[in-house]
Ligand binder design. Structure first.
Ligand SMILES: [Zn+2]
Length: 335
């Protein structure tokens, strides 16, 4: 399960984009177009306030030119060409829609590359997907609410009910309430031994009690817990469709681009409220596999491209703001 992006309503391709657009060359092309288009919108919002103009400038310079290699498609064994990103400059602004997307892919790729060794050591491990929420808060109280949730999490993971958890990854997502409030919540992937289900099982109502107690909430919070279904494992990687979906959900964007763009003031206030707050944490045997603090331009390039590639031929595209698409250009073209 990859991130769903509303394509149709957002982008109407010009004829030249239909002919030479990146979407013509790669299935990922439409994701590039949508995210870069959303980045233009975020840039405009940041430009409205003096203190954010530096961020706007950086986003304006993000991923303007993309250079790809064309390679044979190994998965199908056919001669069909596939694009692999080779060069791009990323602004790495936290809420840049392009960089947020690449970061999510990078985290997923890091998780997937670490997984075989972990599964080798714990071949019978199972995964659970836990969601912890609190009541919506005023956007200006978001920072305090996140602090309360973080303290709650610290207490929760020290509980005896958590003792047999082998490892965990926790991400924070903030969505926008219809009334302009903020809805912060945690997505947590828990890795447990098979004995969890017979000896340590914690049912949903108990998770709600524990979360209320640990976060000092005076109401019963909405929580969700589900077992990640073991579907067909992919050879040697230990990955299953169910686990892939849970990982994608845990390590997706922290703020929906549509929420960023819909409410300018909400987005600007949210940016201030989450400044320097960590949105990814991990522990146990999954600790450090995401290495949040270390992120380079190269990490965002190779986010979905961990394999060695052969450099057959280069193909370049640049962002056409007015056309809302990446379009192919040749050396010597005036951009
Ligand atoms: Zn960016």
């Amino acid at each position: 399960m990859t991130k769903k992006v509303t394509i149709g309503s957002y982008i109407k391709f010009s004829d030249s984009c239909k002919r030479d657009g990146l979407a013509n060359y790669s299935e990922q092309g439409r994701f590039w177009d949508v995210h870069r288009s959303q980045a233009d919108d975020v840039q405009k919002i940041y430009n409205q306030e003096l203190e954010f103009q530096r961020l706007a400038q950086r986003i304006g310079n993000c991923s303007g030119i993309l250079r790809f290699s064309q390679i044979d498609d190994d998965e199908t064994g056919k001669k069909k060409l596939k694009l692999r990103l080779q060069e791009a400059h990323f602004c790495r602004v936290r809420h840049c829609p392009v960089c947020q997307w690449r970061r999510s892919l990078m985290w997923q790729a890091r998780f997937y590359s670490a997984l075989p060794a972990i599964i080798k050591e714990y071949p019978k491990a199972r995964f659970l997907f836990l969601t912890l929420t609190v009541k919506n808060c005023h956007i200006e109280d978001l920072s305090d609410t996140l602090r309360i949730m973080n303290s709650g999490w610290q207490r929760l993971k020290d509980r005896k009910e958590f003792k047999s958890v082998l490892g965990w990854i926790r991400s924070t997502e903030v969505t926008k309430g219809k009334d302009g409030s903020a809805h912060p919540h945690f997505h947590i992937l828990l890795m447990v031994p098979p004995s969890w289900f017979t000896h340590s099982y914690v049912k949903k109502s108990r998770w709600a009690e524990l979360w209320a107690y640990c976060a000092r909430l005076d109401y019963s919070p909405v929580v969700d817990i589900r077992t990640v279904k073991n579907c067909v494992p992919e050879a040697s990687s230990g990955l299953t469709e169910g686990l892939k979906a849970a990982v994608a959900e845990t390590l997706k964007y922290s703020v929906k681009p549509s929420d960023m763009i819909e409410g300018n003031n909400w987005f600007l206030q949210m940016t201030k409220q989450v400044h320097r707050k960590r949105f990814i944490a991990s522990g146990g045997v999954l600790k450090n596999i995401l290495r949040e603090s270390q992120e380079t331009n190269e990490d965002l390039i190779f986010a979905d491209n961990l394999n060695e590639i052969s450099d057959r031929s280069r193909i370049a595209f640049n962002w056409r703001q007015s056309e809302k698409c990446y379009r192919r250009f040749e050396q010597g073209d005036i951009i």
